[in-house]
Design a binder for this molecule. Structure first.
Ligand code: FAD
Length: 402
């Protein structure tokens, strides 16, 4: 019987095995994950779950019974330690498991602060796994002082939760502005204002020099020489694809595990999906760190294991929740040379990224209609006149008929 082994019981791994069964795959399916809980959604970890507004069970992507009912061997608290690509086996310590198809869905790992600058002190947290968030939750008490290192979406979401819970929040961003890597200055300005209004101190263009404390962090020294007293620190300085096993298997790496259009690695029996992969998108090899990518790519891999011969065409979209603002992003803004603002009611606004006359992406803040229209236009390869976007009188529905 054909045996598909999936390493990584996260968003991509769970989507892959579910798709295999839903599409009628009748071979053996094994899903192996290091974490002790069934596959769950990570986005609420820095949002509702951290706020204490979402119960653990609601994080799970599927009830644990789903896996038994669909004859999927779900092995939790189990870490794959090696791959022998020639023998087509994976190692779990001393145990050896054979496969016909192997799917790497190992996700990514948070970058950590170097030990030399205090990264190993108690009270220093990253936000990747449920265990990380459960460990930091007791720190979120009114009046405590938290330093957040990194002004990307994860750092900003953690700042929003901390501010909402009555903590004193300082966020440092080494780059000139928050969200510099992913968004236009207009979007950075929007979120800086939002956080300032909630009492968060955002310090840009300043890095962390080192943390201080005996055993546990108690202070920080910033790169401009400033000293702050803190009760704990959250580090949100990006992630790296978890590609160690793939390297061991000898498959090609290129900013993550390099896959072809169908999700296959350089070894025809090894596939990959989710955060750990890189793939071609409009001629460039990219990585996407998002739920929609993990699901869609994993489902295409499942279909291709069954012989569909289908290409994965990414349709990037993303979201972030901070306070009462829902940010929705459609498309990828890489290479933009113009940003057009469209103001809505009640402070809603959207920013439309163009390269020349081509619409690349939209950031929509509390503007779901702009997001929806922008997404449809981008996916259809259509680019409205920027002047029409900026004009509040423009009927967005009419734009869809372009
Ligand atoms: P993961 O979900 O990380 O799963 C990988 C799994 O593989 C992990 O459980 C890991 O333990 C396991 N694993 C790794 N190596 C091994 C091994 N050797 N043996 C066994 N198991 C192994 N995306 C959005 O689109 N919108 C958001 O708002 C958003 N918010 C986020 C907030 C947070 C706090 C985080 C952490 C992520 C957020 N993301 C968001 C990103 C999104 O969650 C990821 O892109 C998605 O989870 C990727 O899925 P994945 O399956 O590739 O990886």
């Amino acid at each position: 019987m054909t045996h598909v082994v999936v390493i990584g019981a996260g968003q991509a791994g769970s989507s892959c095995v579910a798709k295999l069964r839903n599409a009628g795959f009748d071979g053996q399916v094994t899903l192996i994950g290091s974490e002790p809980v069934p596959p769950y959604q990570r986005p609420p970890l820095s949002k509702k779950y951290l706020l204490g507004e979402m119960e653990l069970e609601r994080l799970f992507l599927r009830p644990e019974s789903f896996y038994t009912e669909h004859d999927i061997a779900l092995r939790l608290s189990t870490t794959v330690t090696g791959i022998d690509a020639a023998a087509r086996t994976v190692a779990i310590g001393d145990e050896v498991v054979g496969y016909d198809h192997l799917v790497l869905a190992t996700g990514s790992e948070p970058r950590r602060l170097p030990v030399a600058i205090g990264g190993a002190l108690d009270g220093v947290f990253t936000v990747r796994d449920l265990a990380d968030v459960d460990a930091m939750a007791p720190e979120f008490a009114v009046g405590r002082r938290v330093l957040i290192v990194g002004g990307g979406y994860i750092g900003l979401e953690a700042a929003a939760v901390a501010a909402a819970k009555g903590l004193n929040v300082t966020l440092v961003e080494m780059a000139d502005r928050i969200l510099q890597r992913v968004a236009a200055p207009q979007t950075s300005d929007f979120f800086r204002d939002l956080h300032s209004r909630h009492g968060v101190e955002i310090v840009e263009g300043v890095g962390l020099d080192h943390l201080t404390g005996e055993g546990r962090v108690s202070g920080v020294v910033l790169s401009d020489g400033r000293n702050l007293e803190v009760d704990f620190v959250i580090v949100g300085v990006g992630i790296a694809p978890a590609a160690g096993l793939a390297e061991m298997a000898g498959v090609t790496l290129d900013n993550g595990i390099a896959t072809d259009a169908q999700g296959r690695t350089s070894d025809p029996h090894i596939w990959a999906a989710g955060d750990c992969t890189s793939f071609l998108f409009q001629g460039n090899r990219i990585r996407l760190e998002s739920v929609p990518n993990a699901i869609d790519q994993a489902e295409v891999v499942a279909e291709n294991i069954m012989g569909a011969g289908k290409d994965y065409v990414a349709q990037p979209w993303f979201w972030s929740d901070q306070y009462d603002v829902k940010l929705q992003i459609a498309g990828l803004n890489t290479g933009y040379d113009n940003v057009v603002a469209r103001a809505g009611e009640g402070g809603a606004v959207s920013f439309w990224y163009y390269r020349g006359a081509d619409l690349l992406a939209v950031d929509a803040m509390n503007a779901p209609r702009d997001y929806m229209v922008g997404k449809r236009l981008i996916e259809g390869g259509k680019s409205p006149d920027p002047a029409a976007i900026a004009d509040p009188e423009t009927d967005m529905k009419a734009l869809m008929r372009l």
